[in-house]
Design a protein around this ligand. Structure first.
Ligand SMILES: Cc1cc2nc3c(=O)[nH]c(=O)nc-3n(C[C@H](O)[C@H](O)[C@H](O)COP(=O)(O)OP(=O)(O)OC[C@H]3O[C@@H](n4cnc5c(N)ncnc54)[C@H](O)[C@@H]3O)c2cc1C
Length: 476
């Protein structure tokens, strides 16, 4: 017997891959509409949900992380199932999911850094933002990283909010960090930090930087560090002045005010300094016995191109700094998924408005959709992912209007559990993540911090298993 897909007897069955903001906003959009009954199964490669909210957003930005309360409400709906510790491409294939779901929606984010492409970028002491941020946020992939904090001079290449996060974490004292959810082993390493000078480098001028005023303001409130800039760096070129006069953009005006204020700061007034360096391009990271010992940067000049936008070009004026640690913060890259169409020119999963399409012909790939950073590239804040997800969901629902199929013979939960058991994947459902969540919160409370994260997958699975055995013994 045929049923309309999305009726009560045969809900629209969607697999969402990835549990970051875009995945949860897509689930929310699917549940909010009234036309279809929908079931969502969310697959996440880690046992823990929430993507960059847990592993990217800075540990001292707990208020921002509290958005997960909204995601948890979605996860607790009866039509939602979470399958943690399951990676598409490793534990399950796209074909296996397309056989069992009406549609697969990729919300996998942008997991790797863009390369810096200069000599010395691979030396010991030169790290990507992903590595450092993953480490200080307790992401299991980066647990064993070691950073040499005997370094006194550190370079952060880039001047977006992610670069500012890194500079702020490096600048904070152990006491300031101890009240965040930074993991204990990270705090223990940072406690030994000798860092005195943190240099932030931007290719273009003060008017073109990407960070935002609230992040700038926080730098004024650090206990033992002070932001500084040489006033000569702030002189705007004629083109910049012209653009500023015309646009009067609030964010830019506030940032220029911030920079003017800090240009009066006394660098000797605190033991740590954050230096803002504009119009510089890194040329080479110098090494000694395989370890970073310096950085060569070129001075840039700005010019207006034919389309009237402001570009930078290197001059033949160079500077050398005795840097001992480098963090490369020049943006993220979407990694292709196995068998999923990838648009190399845009650097995203190939799509039009969230419908995955074949590269070249642009023909839709039936049943495949994408949202978030994987759809539009690594730009935008948490909130940007909501309208983005709703656009994708809108197209998905349109594609399933008036489609018919047979009723499933078995509940979807059993079908998926069987698939994962066949592949011997120790999957983590949402209630098991909550065991871990509870334990992390309790451990945090004991230490006067928001949470103490568990940072290896083995330990996470062990804790869950032990708690389940304990409950079973108590007949719970
Ligand atoms: C360092 C950093 C700090 C930031 N701070 C802020 C901030 O303070 N405020 C703000 O508004 N925005 C911030 N952002 C931006 C915000 O985090 C992003 O807009 C948002 O996380 C993008 O959501 P997403 O769902 O597309 O990707 P993600 O959040 O990256 O989620 C993707 C998820 O997919 C999972 N995954 C990947 N591949 C697979 C696979 N093959 N199988 C199963 N699962 C998979 C990943 O493990 C991850 O959980 C920050 C970003 C970064 C990088």
């Amino acid at each position: 017997m045929q049923y309309k897909i999305g009726c009560q007897q045969r809900p629209l069955q969607i697999a969402i891959i990835g549990s970051g903001p875009s995945g949860f906003y897509a689930a929310e959009g699917l549940f909010r509409q009234k036309e279809f009954h929908v079931e969502v199964d969310m697959f996440e490669r880690l046992p823990t949900p929430y993507g960059l909210i847990r592993a990217g957003v800075a540990p001292d930005h707990q208020l921002i992380k509290s958005v997960t309360k909204i995601y948890e409400k979605i996860a607790l709906r009866p039509e939602f199932r979470f399958w943690g510790n399951v990676e598409l491409g490793k534990h399950v294939t796209k074909a296996e999911l397309l056989e069992r779901f009406d549609a697969v929606l990729y919300a996998v984010g942008a997991q790797v850094d863009r390369g810096l492409g200069i000599p010395g970028a691979d030396l010991l002491g030169s790290y990507s933002a992903t590595e450092f941020i993953g480490w200080y946020n307790g992401h299991p992939d980066y647990k064993d990283m070691k950073f040499d904090f005997s370094a006194r001079k550190v370079a952060v290449i880039g001047m977006g909010n992610v670069a500012i996060d890194i500079a702020r974490i490096l600048a904070k004292t152990p006491e300031e960090l101890a009240v965040t959810d930074i993991p204990q082993h990270v705090l223990d390493q940072i406690r030994r930090s000798q860092v005195e000078d943190i240099y932030l480098f931007a290719r273009r001028g003060p008017m073109q930087v990407a960070f935002t005023p609230p992040e700038a303001k926080e730098l004024m409130e650090l206990e033992k560090a002070i932001p500084v800039v040489n006033p000569t760096e702030l002189k705007l070129e004629y083109f910049s002045e012209k653009i500023l006069e015309k646009s009067q953009e609030r964010r830019v005006i506030q940032l220029l005010e911030f920079l003017n204020t800090i240009s009066k700061n006394d660098p000797a007034s605190k033991p740590r300094r954050i230096h803002f360096c504009f119009r510089r391009s890194p040329q080479e990271i110098y090494g000694n016995k395989g370890t970073v010992c310096g950085l060569k940067v070129a001075r840039n000049e700005l010019f207006e191109d034919e389309e009237g936008s402001l570009k930078s070009r290197e001059t033949d004026v160079f500077e050398e700094l005795g840097i001992q640690l480098v963090f490369r913060c020049i943006g993220y890259k979407v990694e292709p998924l196995p068998d999923v169409a990838f648009d190399s020119a845009r650097g995203t999963i190939a799509n039009i408005g969230g419908r995955v399409v074949e590269v070249g012909s642009q023909k839709p790939c039936p049943g495949e959709y994408v949202t978030g950073w994987a759809k539009r590239g690594p730009t935008g804040v948490i909130g940007t992912n909501k309208p983005d997800a709703l656009e994708t969901v809108g197209f998905l629902l349109k594609d399933f209007r008036n489609r018919e199929t047979e009723v499933n013979k078995r509940p979807q939960e059993e079908v998926i559990a069987d698939l994962l058991k066949t592949h011997q994947v120790p999957f983590v459902p949402f209630e098991e993540w909550k065991i871990l969540d509870q334990l992390e919160l309790e451990e945090g409370e004991r230490k006067d911090k928001p949470r103490e994260k568990v940072t290896t997958v083995e330990e996470m699975l062990k804790i869950i298993q032990e708690k389940k055995s304990e409950d079973a013994n108590h007949g719970k």
